[in-house]
Design a protein around this ligand. Structure first.
Ligand code: KPL
Length: 306
């Protein structure tokens, strides 16, 4: 299968590396020239507890060098989805599937508007990775990946994609309720990301500390209320417990939003806590804690973004 990954950060590179190792034709497409140049010159290095492996795969900054894809995986930050959709449009063949495994709400909707809902698939992944530097990725957690059709229709090749991912060491199942899984993952990010970004603590400390635990409880309760009012039947009964479990499983991780503010990058706050606020406003559900977290993260971003 010819697979193009748009957004070759830690997770995009991890997926690309594993799929290339399994013999798939993989292209990494990213605007970060040093990363692309390092991969072209020395291969992509995946650092695992057991070993360091160098993998040869295609990497480019130029979408027009890639050609038609069977599968396009979108891993860019949520605010870059619109641009990624336009790039993906140039890679489509008659049966190309476009899969979003991004954080936040609204990515699949953005892709569907540009590319057509029937070819869009959504998913969540509990695989973990950290970018060590150009061309170097550290493998992190090894959890399941769920994928499903966005429109509920017959998105091309979903089962083949799950088989190929699983064979490549990315255990994947097809799920008919993938949109609800996206909401479930969103609520976990609502509970962890902004709080860690504002306080600088690793994921594990979020529930260990009484004040941040209370903030998680309030932010997550608001998000659950918004999900219910949106007609989402969430896959788990209690997201406070879910956040506790994920925070414990990823206790040494610095959340993606904490990494963003540390490196003075734009965050995904609008697609996470901000998305809960926006949906709450539409549905008449108050979300004061998510609103405060959103405003604080935006204030922090303004101290370093021009
Ligand atoms: O998805 C994550 C993120 O950091 O964005 C969690 C689950 C919080 C793990 O760090």
């Amino acid at each position: 299968m010819k697979i193009v990954i748009i957004g070759a950060g830690a997770m995009g590179s991890l997926f690309g590396g594993r799929l290339a190792q399994a013999g798939e034709e993989v292209w990494l497409l990213d605007v970060w020239e040093e990363h692309v140049a390092a991969i072209r010159a020395h291969g992509l290095t995946l650092v695992d507890t057991a070993a360091e492996t160098s993998i040869r795969l295609n990497a480019t900054t130029q979408a027009d060098a890639v050609g038609q894809a069977d599968l396009v995986i979108i891993f860019v930050k949520a605010y870059a989805t619109q641009a990624a959709a336009r790039t993906a449009a140039g890679l489509l063949g008659p049966a190309t599937t476009v899969l979003t495994l991004q954080n936040g709400l609204g990515n699949a909707e953005t892709l569907a508007k540009v590319l057509g809902a029937e070819r869009v698939a959504v998913g969540t992944t509990a695989m973990g990775a950290t970018l060590l530097g150009p061309g170097r990725i550290k493998c992190g957690g090894h959890g399941p990946t769920h994928i499903g059709s966005f429109s509920g229709g017959a998105t091309p090749r979903l089962h083949d994609i799950a088989t190929i991912f699983t064979r490549a060491g990315i255990p994947t199942v097809v799920d008919n309720n993938a949109n609800a899984l996206v909401w479930g993952k969103l609520i976990i990010n609502v509970g962890i990301n902004a709080i860690t970004a504002l306080t600088g603590i690793p994921n594990g400390q979020v529930m260990a500390n009484a004040e941040t635990r209370e903030l998680v409880r309030l932010a997550v309760a608001e998000a659950e209320a918004v999900a219910r009012a949106s007609g989402i039947s969430l896959p788990a009964a209690d997201y406070f417990d879910q956040v506790a479990a994920v925070a414990q499983a990823t206790r040494d991780n610095r959340s993606s939003m904490l990494q963003d503010v540390t490196h003075r990058r734009r965050t995904e706050i609008d697609a996470i806590n901000g998305a809960i606020v926006a949906a709450g406003q539409r549905l008449g559900i108050p979300t004061p804690v998510n609103e405060t977290l959103t405003l604080l993260v935006k204030t922090l971003e303004k101290t370093y973004l021009v």
